[in-house]
Ligand binder design. Structure first.
Ligand SMILES: [Zn+2]
Length: 430
């Protein structure tokens, strides 16, 4: 694909690497990161010893399957047993620049010097020198506020550390300073804008907000539409994980999935077996920092479910894209070897106008898992219309969820209540 690159469009050359160059890059950085972590982080050495392999067994990304996934609970337990860092820090204590707390608690030592790459998520959202950005993430305890602050600065933009809450002051500050950018959660931006209107401001005229960068919360398509169409604020999402010290994937102007950051090895793996999954398959996001040499996390399981696409992106960035966060690992049901996630099924079902509600029943018939998709219609349809809907729905379900429903039942209005689970596992195992 020809890269339509404008000068300064990309933050660095990594964003436009060829697939071969990326593979080589990841393999090389992985070998170095593992060697470093093994040498300096006792927890990593122990992990290898327990697994019965040595760093020499990790020559490529594929080899990571040999190692188990480390979960947040493991991190918390290890830190309790070996305070404060659980043997994951590779730094001498006096080298630590700052210590963050993530819920758990998890203590994470940081040296800012190596995390400039963080800025590329803000760069992709269009933040540049001359922008004034209110950063509404918290500045204490959690890494979010200060890390994002530095990312904004590394793009050349000016950061206003407003932190969380204080809605009236947020409105006033955004107005007085003619802030052009917002960093925070979508719901907090909506709160700020609504409050601004209550205070008598016309958001499009009296505020200068042009773009917003979000993480930590899903951006609902309806909220994105309101922000972009009604308030003329361009919106971008990123996927960040506090225990990994930052943003792992980010949207570009195409807003069709989040490009993976090359400073991390990001696998989509089966949460049960740890095996790597291919494009379009849903699994857990598993992360190994490649550049952050201070923190020896290896195959950290985020608990978030996603899949990735290798389709070329018209923006010219070549990294694969996460297709969105589909839920938590515990919320998925494995059917015929594929994870079915309620949120993804919902996207498919509710994209058909006549469908009011849906429910998936997973059954076991002999040696095979069965899927029945129940749909409740908003109004009655003729037999022919029902058949057409069911054919199209089945096809789309298969395309998106990668598994074909065995049957689709149209059920009477009111048969599926809002409180019922979207996926019911009725299988019995004998
Ligand atoms: Zn792109």
């Amino acid at each position: 694909m020809a890269v339509k690159k404008k000068p300064g469009e990309f933050f660095d050359d990594l964003e436009a690497m060829s697939p071969q160059a990326r593979e080589k890059y990841h393999d090389e950085k992985l070998v170095q990161a593992i060697a470093h972590a093994y040498r300096h982080a006792p927890a990593v050495k122990e992990l290898f010893e327990k697994t019965g392999i040595s760093p020499a067994h990790i020559r490529s990304v594929k080899d990571m399957e040999k190692l188990p996934i480390t979960r947040k609970t493991d991190l918390i337990e290890r830190q309790k047993a070996h305070p404060p860092y659980g043997g994951f820090s590779t730094m001498a204590p006096e080298e630590v620049d700052r210590i963050f707390l993530s819920p758990g608690p998890v203590y994470e030592p940081i040296q800012h010097e190596g995390i400039k790459w963080f800025a590329k998520t803000f760069w992709a959202a269009g933040f540049r020198k001359g922008d004034i950005v209110v950063n509404t993430f918290t500045y204490h305890l959690s890494p979010a506020g200060i890390l994002f602050h530095e990312g904004i600065r590394d793009c050349g933009a000016t950061a206003v550390p407003t932190g969380t809450g204080n809605t009236d002051i947020q409105v006033q500050t955004t107005h007085h300073l003619k802030a052009t950018g917002f960093v925070g959660t979508p719901s907090f931006l909506m709160t700020v804008l609504k409050r601004a209107e209550e205070m008598g401001y016309d958001v499009s005229k009296d505020l200068c907000l042009k773009r917003a960068w979000f993480t930590g919360e899903m951006l609902a398509p309806s909220v994105r539409k309101t922000l972009e169409n009604d308030y003329k604020i361009d919106t971008y999402q990123a996927y960040a994980v506090t225990e990994c010290g930052g943003a792992l994937a980010y949207e570009c102007r195409e807003k069709s999935g989040m490009h993976l950051m090359d400073e991390y090895l990001i696998e989509i793996a089966d949460p049960e077996t740890g095996k790597q999954l291919g494009p379009g398959e849903i699994g857990e996001i598993v992360v190994t920092p490649l550049h952050n040499r201070n923190w020896g996390l290896v195959r950290f399981g985020t608990g978030d479910l996603s899949s990735y696409t290798t389709e070329p992106c018209p923006c010219g960035r070549t990294a694969h894209r996460l297709t969105g966060i589909l839920g938590r690992a515990g919320d998925a049901v494995k059917v015929r070897g594929m994870f079915v996630v309620a949120r993804q099924a919902e996207q498919v079902c509710l994209s058909f106008a006549p469908v009011a509600r849906f429910q998936i029943a997973v059954t076991r018939q002999g040696q095979r898992d069965g899927i029945t998709l129940k749909i409740e219609l908003k109004h009655a349809l003729s037999g022919k219309e029902k058949q057409k809907l069911s054919d199209e729905l089945s096809q789309k379900f298969q395309n998106i969820c990668r598994i074909k429903p065995d049957r689709i039942d149209c059920v009477a209005e009111g048969s599926i209540s809002e409180e019922q689970p979207k996926i019911v596992d009725e299988r019995t195992w004998e």
